[in-house]
Design a protein around this ligand. Structure first.
Ligand code: ZN
Length: 409
């Protein structure tokens, strides 16, 4: 077998293309291959009409999979046709996508490497491509995947915000809670950020949304009320966000009480107890049990705040609307009588948004459901320092979490 035939087989080069020449540059560790074609008629890339060769574009080079650790480059002059309808056009070549500097197989390999490597830089090192080339491949892969994506219905959505980096604006991230994929990313967290997701849905898709889990964030609320049919009846406030507010309230009560003790007596039973109050009852390590029981017996303000917080967790165990309403009424009365301002503040907030809080009974969804997805986004975020700009963060989220068909064909 001639060396050109071998390469043709390996590369899957088919007629009218063949390898005209092979150069092995042992010093540079490179294999250079020149592709040529037989006389033939080419399909116009726009309409498919078969046309004669008009002329050739300048020689171009594509990086291919390495051959035994030798970087392998293909060279060819792409024929152009003159279509009566579309004018002069370059024809499609079977080994690469238009405008790519990599062959299909090389691009697939780089996509796989980026998916597997913990950093883009790592993939760059293994594949021997530049950082800009890698990001170019990611952006094209995402665009390709989005163009292929069908307008399928999404029943349960989760809307969350993630800071790209400290001091940077937030990204709005819309997830499909059932498929655990990111459906949409906007580089802000305004009403328009979420509204722009809803407006690009078809009417059928808008109808199909049954509920949206979110934070009590006015812009998201407004966008959902306006952007979905009967949107106000589809909001479910995220249980984890609510519990985080409540935990912060307990911590604020502790800080104030601790300060009061130090101020009046010069000493405080709350010294070093911060984390004791952040645990839920069953998560508190056993060796804290005695300390915690002693503190609880002192009838401290923080102890009361903690008990109110723990009681609130029951809210998400109800399955009946009437029962959960009775529960909330009792809990609310307790919270507002507590004379603990941070606790009363959260209670008032819940009361203002009560329909959306209690709607969990009907649609038991939270943003925490897509747990695997969240941790994926967080790990992308940890690497965000290397992303240089917010739009690369967006690309990376779609690339890793979009559930998209990324590969060139
Ligand atoms: Zn044409």
């Amino acid at each position: 077998m001639q060396d050109t035939k071998l390469f043709e087989t390996i590369l899957g080069i088919i007629t009218p293309w063949h390898i005209g020449r092979v150069e092995l540059k042992t010093d540079d560790k490179r294999v250079e291959l020149w592709l040529e074609h037989d006389p033939t008629r080419w399909a116009c890339p726009e309409c498919g009409e078969l046309l004669a060769t008009f002329d050739h574009a300048e020689e171009r080079t594509w990086r291919h999979l390495d051959t035994c650790q030798f970087q392998t480059h293909l060279h060819a002059e792409i024929p152009r046709v003159q279509c009566p309808t579309h004018g002069v056009k370059q024809v499609r070549v079977p080994w690469a996508e238009p405008r790519s500097r990599f062959t299909l197989l090389m691009e697939r390999l780089i996509i796989d490497l980026i998916l597997q490597c913990s950093t883009v830089t790592g993939a760059c090192e293994i594949a021997g491509v530049s950082w800009d080339e890698a990001w170019g491949i990611m952006r094209r892969a995402v665009a390709r995947g989005q163009a292929r994506k069908e307008a399928r219905p999404v029943t349960y959505l989760g809307v969350d915000e993630k800071a790209f980096r400290k001091g940077h604006r937030y990204h709005t991230i819309v997830c499909d809670l059932e498929r655990a994929t990111v459906e949409f990313v906007a580089e802000d967290r305004k009403t328009e950020s979420l509204a722009s997701y809803y407006t690009q849905l078809t009417a059928t898709q808008q109808q199909a949304v049954r509920a949206v889990a979110m934070d009590m964030w006015e812009p998201y609320i407004t966008a959902t009320c306006e952007g979905l049919p009967e949107g106000e009846t589809k909001i479910v406030y995220d249980r984890f966000h609510i519990m985080r507010e409540m935990t912060t309230a307990v911590d604020t009560v502790r800080k104030q009480e601790h300060r009061d003790w130090l101020h009046t007596t010069g000493t405080s039973p709350l010294t070093g107890t911060k984390y004791l109050w952040l645990f839920s009852d069953e998560r508190r390590p056993e060796y804290h049990a005695e300390t915690f029981a002693t503190l609880q017996a002192m009838n401290l303000k923080v102890g009361r705040a903690w008990a109110i917080k723990e009681a609130l967790r029951t809210l998400w165990t109800y399955r009946q609307q009437a029962a959960v309403q009775r529960f909330f009424a009792r809990w609310y009365a307790w919270a507002v009588r507590s004379r603990l301002e941070p606790v009363k503040h959260v209670a008032a907030m819940l009361k203002r948004h009560l329909d959306g809080v209690l709607r969990y009974v009907k649609h038991p969804i939270t943003n925490g459901v897509a747990e695997g997805l969240n941790s994926k986004i967080m790990s992308i975020k940890r690497k965000a320092g290397g992303f240089r700009n917010p739009s690369n963060f967006t690309t990376a989220i779609y690339f890793h979490c979009g559930g998209l068909d990324l590969y060139p064909r």
